[in-house]
Ligand binder design. Structure first.
Ligand SMILES: Nc1ncnc2c1ncn2[C@@H]1O[C@H](COP(=O)(O)OP(=O)(O)OP(=O)(O)O)[C@@H](O)[C@H]1O
Ligand SMILES: [Mg+2]
Length: 386
């Protein structure tokens, strides 16, 4: 699984102004590799900025920290900054501190402690936090195809709306940064905010409301830049930061992608829990899909990361479905039928067909895909295969 925030090694930041204590902890951490010490800060007044920059998994704060910002004040500041990073308070028996996760004290470590105590406390706090963190509950789905014009934008938009209908807080990202299709599909004004308006250096949840397009269909949309050349202003690191921010706020993140393998697109794909790869029954699809599967294998994606979705599954255009299945090495996970009149009319009106005509077969299919994907996300090992 990708996404640096989920790696096994715990990145620790310490705020401690007593050199002997810092030295003792460094010594304990030297002999092992499960915890990586990022830095020891001595000035509580500079800690918030450093935490924002380094994004540790766990912060250890000395309750007796002196200076402008003292220990308890710093713990409070970290909590109020909503950095979503668990804090362990280091203290002495004469100065007892209560564990209080609701107020930002996620664990206590009292002196004297052993290396074992230190490592177990860090592991426990990180694990408890991961379970409760909204990021752990969030899923990223990229809608991709090696071939253009197969229905990525149509499916991504309707899939996102269908997920919203399943009570999931959903955001749709226009990942075609150069030729963002959603702008014209949804008829948004040119001056609508876009991905460019998101400050990636100091991102905060409160910034989100200003940069997302709130669609009448009930989902939020992060639009592509308004002009083609502006796409270059977004780099892969921005993409990582944006996705990690959106994960904290949304249950489902759906990305409408372009059909190229670029650094940006690899960032989207890496960060995805599931790649929904659209295939159609035509002769070029088989070739492209096989080539794509080989590329994904060489990148190291497990086969289960990709779900194939056959779009316009009822019009096999002379291709034997069995040929496609053989090429994919399995029966595609999802299928959506063709419905020219409804899809074209809905796209022209800038509305999702899943809302315009929920009873239509094409709408029912997309809703089923949404339910299956969300189900697969909730219980990653079980079923969801047909
Ligand atoms: N299930 C469907 N039934 C009928 N028409 C469909 C269906 N899916 C997509 N289409 C039509 O196919 C055309 C291409 O769809 P879309 O723009 O979503 O593809 P795309 O993969 O995003 O293209 P691009 O590679 O240019 O981004 C559109 O005109 C759309 O209305
Ligand atoms: Mg498109």
């Amino acid at each position: 699984m990708s996404g640096s925030s989920r790696s096994e090694q715990t990145r620790l930041l310490i705020v401690e102004d007593v050199p002997q204590v810092a030295q003792y902890i460094r010594g304990l951490l030297n002999a092992q590799s499960s915890v990586k010490l990022l830095d020891v800060l001595t000035d509580g007044g500079k800690a918030i900025a450093q935490i924002r920059e380094l994004r540790p998994d766990v912060v250890l704060v000395d309750a007796l920290l002196q200076g402008r910002v003292k220990g308890p004040k710093l713990v409070e500041q970290i909590h109020e900054a909503r950095l979503n990073i668990p804090v362990i308070v280091l203290t002495v028996p004469q100065h007892p501190v209560e564990e209080d996760p609701a107020n930002g004290v996620h664990g206590i470590l009292a002196m004297p402690f052993s290396g074992y105590d230190l490592l177990t406390r860090i592991a426990t706090v990180r694990k408890a936090h991961a379970v409760h963190s909204p990021e752990a509950m969030s899923r990223v789905y990229s809608v991709f195809a090696p071939k253009g014009g197969v229905g990525k934008t149509t499916i991504a938009f309707n899939l996102a709306v269908a997920m919203g209908q399943q009570e999931q807080r959903t955001v749709l990202i226009d990942g075609s940064l150069q030729f963002g299709d959603l702008r014209s599909l949804l008829k948004v004004p040119v001056d609508a905010p876009s991905i460019l308006d998101l400050p990636t250096d100091r991102i905060a949840e409160s910034d989100l409301a200003d940069v997302l397009w709130r669609d009448p269909s009930g989902i939020d949309i992060l639009l592509a830049p308004p002009r083609i050349e502006m796409a270059e202003m977004i780099n892969p690191r921005d993409v990582d930061k944006i996705l990690s921010l959106l994960r904290r706020v949304y249950n489902a993140v759906v990305i409408d992608m372009s059909s190229i393998i670029s650094d940006i697109n690899l960032s989207f794909l890496d960060a995805s829990d599931t790649i929904v790869e659209i295939v159609t029954y035509d002769s070029t699809t088989i070739h492209n899909t096989i080539a794509m599967a080989a590329t994904f294998r060489s990148i190291g994606y497990p086969a289960s990361k990709v779900h194939y979705l056959v779009n316009r599954a009822d019009s096999s255009g002379g291709i034997d479905p069995e040929d496609l299945h053989r090429a994919l090495g399995r029966v595609p996970e999802h299928r959506v039928v063709s419905d020219g009149p409804l899809v074209v009319r809905a796209n022209n009106d800038g509305v999702p067909f899943v809302l315009a005509d929920p009873a239509a077969a094409v709408s029912q299919d997309v809703t089923r895909v949404a339910v299956e994907l969300l189900g697969a996300g909730r219980a990653p090992v079980a079923a969801a295969r047909r």
